[in-house]
Design a protein around this ligand. Structure first.
Ligand code: F6P
Length: 525
């Protein structure tokens, strides 16, 4: 597999010329006026997700060059390498196979006999673990004594299951409450423990490595609380979701569900890390969730680039970041149950593509991951949409809307949909005849993702779509989207500072940290 960095291709130079000549002056309103078929040409159906890309700052020529760029960078070969189990996470020498977690038995045909054999044996393990985990989920669901399920984990071991349990609230078993504890700040766990009883609580300790400081600290405190409250049966009240089964056993947890080093933390929702979701929506629902994601995998794997939604989104991300120099993207889910989607996507994209060197370690001359942020609509409209409409920076917005509601309240859903349409329209059309402060420049881009309904299947497809679009932009940028060395330095420094906080040793510290540490240790209030 040959990967060529985007800036070393002929298509990149052609795009630079095009941007200078016409791209930077592109106007959406003129583009719609000139092209009656713009909506059709720039919309894309993918499994369970429809995307209107027509309100983005691209025309057919730009889009064509972007597809050429993808071809010249070897995105298809890179994608195929991922789907055949090659070790594309080159800094950790690991395969990247979260997609296998949602592949049904038997495996779909792979490219080489060698890889087929490897992947087939992994797939058998995946399904054995999935079956065991769903059977356990069913036991918990059927256990009337367990009323509270507490997931203790952070990052990928928290954001995915938390986002999905909230998103699928309409499918969640009513007899249980689901809690997510992630922060090492003891306020979070302490506040929850006040409301729990040991005999009715199940703690799920979710950690790929089973070494993460926050999770291990919270797990130890939860276990100490459980024992102090008279709890005895750790086997019944604690389970671990981890690749490090030995560490979980050493911690005293006998019930464990494993996964593999080829599942990145931020891609692990489909593995045992999804257990809270499986308990919440049941085994059938969880399988539908996997099936939705698998349908998107197939689309990404098989659709030609021109009709491939993750590819089209990833190319737009590059176009905005590297040509228009937009530094962020706002996520606007117009469904209150998707309120943790922006946080989930922050980790997915920023931890994957927030890199300043390419896969060979060479410094990059262009920007990579944008800042992702957002809140559910319509709330965001009454907070930061002012800046989106009239601020000095252009921020592409990604709207996510759902056609059919699952509540019976009359009137609400049409108002919600009218608002999401209106925001996208206002960003694009603007209004320059109101005068001074009241003018809107318009020509502000947005993407509109539409689900028919928010179900386990459509949520699975939506999340897999996002995973693959992050793959595409990372692939174009020539980076390794599957490591996260940038989180390490802070972890090391925190260990040192924890000791210094205890003993007051300031030797060798920079002036600011020394000053703050002294202040934190002083008795003055
Ligand atoms: O510190 C970052 C990170 O490694 C994430 O990539 C990961 O999702 C999170 O920590 C939690 O890691 P673990 O599941 O091993 O506890």
């Amino acid at each position: 597999m040959t990967r060529i960095r985007c800036d070393r291709t002929a298509a990149w130079s052609a795009l630079q010329n095009l941007f200078k000549q016409e791209g930077q002056a592109f106007d959406l309103r003129s583009a719609f006026a000139a092209d009656a078929n713009r909506f059709a040409a720039f919309s894309q159906s993918a499994p369970h997700v429809f995307a209107d890309l027509s309100k983005n700052l691209i025309d057919r020529r730009t889009q064509q060059l972007l597809f050429e760029l993808a071809r010249q960078c070897g995105v298809e070969q890179h994608r195929d390498a991922m789907f055949t189990g090659a070790a594309i996470n080159n800094t950790e020498q690991r395969a990247v196979m979260h997609w296998l977690l949602r592949t049904p038995l038997p495996a779909k045909a792979d490219d080489s006999a060698e890889t087929t054999k490897n992947v087939a044996s992994e797939l058998a393990q995946v399904h054995a673990t999935l079956d065991a985990m769903l059977a356990y989920a069913q036991t918990v669901r059927a256990d009337p004594v367990i009323t509270d399920v507490v997931n203790i984990g952070i990052g990928g071991s928290d954001l995915g299951p938390q986002m999905a349990v909230l998103a699928l609230d309409d499918f969640v078993l009513r007899a249980k409450r689901f809690h997510f504890v992630s922060n090492v700040d003891g306020h979070e766990l302490a506040a929850l423990l006040k409301r729990l009883k040991p005999e009715s609580t199940l703690f799920l300790i979710a950690s790929k490595t089973f070494t993460t400081l926050e999770t291990m600290t919270n797990a130890r405190s939860a276990k100490a609380w459980f024992e102090a409250q008279g709890g005895t049966d750790i086997g019944r009240h604690f389970a671990a979701l981890t690749t490090n089964v030995a560490a979980a056993k050493a911690f005293g947890i006998a019930t464990t569900f494993g996964f593999w080093d080829w599942v990145g933390g931020r891609y692990s929702l489909w593995s045992a890390i999804g257990l809270p979701l499986a308990i919440a929506i049941g085994g059938e629902g969880f399988r539908q969730f996997l099936a939705g994601a698998h349908a998107m995998d197939q689309h990404f794997r098989n659709a030609p680039l021109e009709l491939n939604l993750p590819v089209r989104l990833g190319l737009l991300d590059l176009w905005y970041r590297n040509f228009h120099s937009f530094g962020s993207r706002s996520i606007a889910p117009y469904h209150s149950a998707l309120r943790r989607l922006p946080a989930y996507l922050q980790q997915l994209e920023m931890e994957s593509n927030g890199k300043r060197v390419d896969a060979q370690g060479e410094a990059l001359p262009y920007g990579t991951s944008p800042v992702l942020w957002g809140e559910p609509g319509t709330n965001g409209q009454h907070a930061y949409f002012q800046m989106l409409h009239q601020g000095t920076d252009v921020v592409p917005v990604e709207f996510v809307a759902v056609k059919r509601p699952r509540h019976p309240l009359p009137g609400h859903h049409d108002l919600l949909l009218a608002n999401v349409l209106a925001q996208a329209q206002a960003l694009m059309l603007g209004k320059m005849d109101a005068g001074g402060h009241k003018n809107f420049p318009g020509n502000r881009p947005s993407t509109f993702l539409l689900l028919d309904e928010l179900t386990p299947t459509s949520l699975g497809a939506l999340i897999a779509l996002q995973e693959h679009r992050v793959f595409v932009s990372g692939s174009l940028w020539g980076i390794n989207s599957f490591d996260q060395w940038g989180v390490e330095l802070g972890k090391v420094l925190a260990k040192d500072l924890e000791l210094r906080l205890a003993h007051g040793d300031l030797a060798g510290l920079d002036g600011s940290t020394a000053g703050l540490l002294s202040r934190l240790r002083s008795n003055d209030r």
